[in-house]
Design a protein. Structure first.
Length: 121
């Protein structure tokens, strides 16, 4: 039995099977917390802004840094509650309906009115 264990360990190593501890260290999160702390990551050679580092990790982004890609100075964390009180807000000249004012402001949008944006505008 003493000889069999090293043989099994060598066979597992040759197959490329990782120990449970190594697999856990490289696991990609399936569910990410819903808070805003923008990070910039590299995805397939293209810089992309993620809501937080968990989403960047889930997308397997590399070279992750704090802040939006266009503004690396952003480093404040903002928590938004999942309470649906829609607002219509404008960002980059486009109107968009946000789940609530916190998400709109965290995205850098300017709130236009309470409620969803009118369709066709």
């Amino acid at each position: 039995m003493k000889i069999l264990l090293p043989v099994i360990a060598i066979a597992i190593s040759a197959l490329g099977v990782m120990p449970a501890s190594a697999a856990a260290a490289t696991a990609v999160p399936k569910i990410c917390p819903d808070y805003v702390q923008y990070v910039c990551g590299d995805k397939d050679g293209v810089k992309k802004t993620y809501t937080n580092s968990c989403f960047a990790s889930r997308d397997r982004a590399t070279h992750v840094t704090m802040g939006k890609c266009e503004d690396q100075s952003t480093s404040q964390m903002k928590f938004c509650e999942e309470i649906y009180l829609p607002v219509c807000a404008t960002k980059d000249g486009q109107q968009k309906t946000y789940g609530n004012s916190c998400f709109a402001l965290a995205d850098g949008a300017t709130i236009v009115t309470k409620g969803a944006c009118a369709i066709g505008k």
